[in-house]
Design a protein around this ligand. Structure first.
Ligand SMILES: [Zn+2]
Length: 382
């Protein structure tokens, strides 16, 4: 049996006026998805456990079959894993954004003017030279997203994600370790002032210890691989021993090569992988941008460029099952994530065909199941 998990990031939504009161999932032409839903099981999944933040780190951890309430320690250590970092028990990782803060203390840009990775490298090198120590280390990530490794004694701080502060007064960390963080953030201003960058500060948040996750293979007895352009998802792969595959043309934007991601999955499954996870960020990106047209188009591309030939390809390989769901909703009207349950589709050999419609309304009356339980059900003997 082959298994595929499809994750259109943040695709779940709410009724949108510009779509005549329909959601993007209802408005998008997705004939293959509709046919799969008609011969599968649809339902409603809580991918974000109660009380946890509705982030992609939490939601994708659920989708991979791990209960975030048990395994999630923070966002930064997952991204650190994507960079190949392993934290010792006496270390933690902070996410270190390059940000732009106005003279009046407003968080002008949580992405620091979107520096290229090349100019960010100059900034991180300068920060490391001026502020790094044996115990406090800057690690270069991508564009404005970097990692700071600190002693575990720096853990006690309440930090606000900078993207939640856009256009508002920057809310500085509080808690026992806050003086250390604030000093470093203040010092970063002097270092970055010497460089020709829009970013003028680092912002520390999302800290945590190294999560301890049993491997996917030991948990589910299957060899798995994934493709995603997003560090968080790739980091979850590293932490669980799911092979992270690079794909030419794959990106975290609207322009990702959907067909290449599909073919990557089919090739890996034909080559012996038991399970493959296809993660595409575009739907979430459109949700954050409030771009109705782009969100609908991203879903239609999922159907035309991934699902249709994926199903045909899987039929060639042998018996298969497929699970499709987003890691959270990113409603166009809100332009941010919500913790609401999301629709899921489970379909394939040995899955009872209750049939239904894959949309928010199509599952609205169904009971909510735990998101992390769906992986176990996907791979359960038929
Ligand atoms: Zn997400």
């Amino acid at each position: 049996m082959k298994y595929v998990v499809c994750v259109p990031d943040g695709c779940a939504d709410e009724p949108v006026e510009a779509l005549g009161g329909r959601t993007p999932l209802q408005a998008a032409a997705m004939p293959t998805l509709a046919a799969l839903a008609a011969r599968g099981e649809v339902g409603r999944a809580a991918v974000i456990p109660e009380g946890m933040p509705p982030g992609s780190d939490v939601g994708n951890m659920s989708i991979l079959g791990y209960d975030p309430a048990q395994f999630h320690t923070g966002r930064a250590p997952i991204e650190a894993a994507a960079l190949g970092l392993t934290l010792r028990p006496d270390q933690i990782a902070y996410r270190c954004n390059l940000v732009t803060i106005g003279a009046d203390g407003t968080m002008v840009d949580f992405a620091g003017g979107h520096p290229t990775s090349e100019s960010a490298a100059v900034a991180i090198e300068a920060l490391a030279a001026a502020l790094g120590t044996d115990d406090v280390a800057f690690h270069l990530g991508v564009e404005y997203r970097h990692i700071l490794v600190t002693p575990a004694s720096w853990m006690d701080a309440d930090c606000v994600p900078p993207h939640d502060l856009t256009g508002k007064p920057a809310v500085w960390p509080t808690g026992g370790a806050a003086p250390l963080l604030r000093q470093l953030m203040e010092d970063s201003r002097h270092v970055l002032a010497d460089l020709d960058l829009d970013a003028n500060h680092v912002w520390l948040w999302g800290q945590g210890t190294q999560p301890v996750m049993p491997s996917f293979t030991s948990t589910f007895g299957l060899d798995a691989a994934l493709c995603s352009a997003v560090d968080l998802v790739r980091g979850l792969g590293v932490l669980t021993g799911i092979e992270v595959v690079d794909v030419d043309g794959m990106s975290a934007g609207y322009d990702t090569d959907y067909a290449a991601q599909r073919d990557c999955a089919l090739d890996a499954l034909a080559d012996g992988a038991d399970l493959f996870v296809i993660h595409v960020e575009a739907t979430d990106e459109a949700g954050h941008a409030g771009d109705v047209e782009e969100k609908v188009r991203s879903l239609e591309r999922w159907d035309a460029e991934i699902l249709t030939d994926l199903v045909a390809g899987l039929d060639q390989i042998g018996p298969w099952r497929l699970l499709l769901l987003p890691d959270h909703a990113t409603p166009l009207n809100l332009r941010t994530h919500t913790a609401d349950p999301v629709p899921y589709l489970l379909v394939g050999d040995g899955v009872a065909a209750t049939g239904g419609t894959y949309s928010e309304a199509g599952v609205a009356d169904l009971p909510v199941v735990a998101g992390h339980d769906l992986m176990r059900r996907l791979v359960a003997p038929g």
